[in-house]
Design a protein around this ligand. Sequence first.
Ligand code: CTP
Ligand code: CA
Length: 222
Amino acid sequence: IQALFQPKFLAGLKLLVTAGPTFERIDAVRGITNSSSGKMGYAIARAAFEAGAEVTLISGPTMLPTPTGVRRIDTVSAQDMLAAVNGEITHQDIFVSVAAVADYYVLNPSEQKIKKDAHILTLELAPNPDILANVASVANPPFCVGFAAESENLLEFAEAKRRRKKLPLLVANLVQTAIGADDNEVILLDDDGQHRLPRANKSDLARSIVKHMARLYNRYHP
Ligand code: CTP
Ligand code: CA
């Protein structure tokens, strides 16, 4: 019912969003993951649907219900998430990469549960593909939005990331204020510079981000 009252900034557009953490298997019962509840990504999916977009949500493991009107695809590892994104990316107008993708996976996960002993256990980790950088570097990419949680030097690190991944828009926040919380405080970085959004709950913040995103999208695609 909320959706009825929101302005349709994204009417007629297809939007793909990733959310939540990824989980990289170590053995039959263990894995490596990132701290991410998925709340921000799900809020973006919900806000985009309210704004009139056709929304596909590619999610890592979360405890959250699927937002009304949103098509959801579940994934576990970064490789799964990349495969799901590649399967959906054609014909998307906008890609919003909110997922906290694990930067590494375990090279030789064990089929069986690893038994403990008194020695040091060494895991070999190999780098995961960068899903967002891959999508942003194709010919005629969708409008790409990144998220960056930093623990220090927020603006400097986030703007460097935006340029490295060639993103028209990046949403930056401090990890200390964001993870697991119901509200957040973010700075939007685009070619015009910085736009600081006041602290708000993730639903309101998502609506503000979607509105800004739609304005920029229309500027790049008149
Ligand atoms: N991202 C991605 N695939 C990865 C890593 C990151 O799609 N393998 C996306 C995230 O969804 C986010 C953006 O890239 O939108 C920035 O993620 P972040 O972890 O902050 O940046 P990294 O490039 O991984 O750099 P680092 O972790 O070293 O800060
Ligand atoms: Ca990372």
